[in-house]
Design a protein around this ligand. Sequence first.
Ligand SMILES: NC(=O)c1ccc[n+]([C@@H]2O[C@H](COP(=O)([O-])OP(=O)(O)OC[C@H]3O[C@@H](n4cnc5c(N)ncnc54)[C@H](O)[C@@H]3O)[C@@H](O)[C@H]2O)c1
Length: 275
Amino acid sequence: MTHPAFAEGNVAVITGAALGIGRAAALHFAEMGLKVCLVDLPTDDLVTATAEVIAKADDAANIIAVPTDVSDPDQIKKLEKAVREKFGGADILLNNAASRAGRGFDGDIEDWRHLVEVNLWGVIYGTRAFLPGMRDRGTPAVIVNTGSKQGITNPPGHPVYNLSKAAVKSFTESLAHELRSTGEENMTAHLLIPGWTTTGKNEHRPGAWLPEQVIERMLQGIEAGSFYIVCPDDEVSEEEDRRRILWGAADITEDRPALSRWDPTVEHAYHAFKP
Ligand SMILES: NC(=O)c1ccc[n+]([C@@H]2O[C@H](COP(=O)([O-])OP(=O)(O)OC[C@H]3O[C@@H](n4cnc5c(N)ncnc54)[C@H](O)[C@@H]3O)[C@@H](O)[C@H]2O)c1
């Protein structure tokens, strides 16, 4: 890994690290010789994941878990303090925790509110808590926020999840621009955009990627200097992602109905569309 933030002994903080993509990142980073702080709700899954990550590390003292609800700004401040006291600060931050509650337009309004607090405000709190320390250190740093294709193409079915991920995209684009325009060349921000990935405790199904594949793609993307790190899966190719993204953007420029990809009156046009 050539991005200097990933130097051996550097410190990575990962939210949503008990399961799925976050857990895969924690395992991979420990194998790379990084110090890792696993962040998740105080569950048995966090305890189990932490033990698994310690087993991959050279030194158990390099791995800590800080149970934290990322939707609570006070808990995030305590997390930042804990990382600073234990490791001196963070070089890598993965704002990755997410909720999927509140599906549908009639989903419970409290679930909607909570989802936005976790998926969007959790990313904002995390970034705002760790960024000043990264800047003070003046050493190379990386912030990766996990978005979703649903935050770009906005498929029907889970409007509040989509809007939270669209907002994460917007926030992270602004962050990347800010870091570039202030000349902080050693500090980069990236939007990780997984495809269909088997996570949580779900059974792996054909078509999905494994979380480890997403992390490998993420590291390749960071190394290549990509801001948008779009992962395909075994069902949706990079070419198909490209069509979907360009078609969605052209809904605006071509004055088509919103989400025209799913509109039966224009669907045939999408199938014929070749970017
Ligand atoms: N799996 C996919 O197909 C897929 C696709 C696109 C994007 N994503 C995104 O990738 C990221 C990781 O997803 P995953 O599939 O690995 O999910 P997952 O459900 O396996 O893991 C998410 C983790 O976040 C934790 N979490 C939830 N609320 C939290 C809170 N308030 N505070 C702290 N931790 C909390 C959960 O406990 C869990 O361990 C998410 O941002 C998700 O939206 C996943």
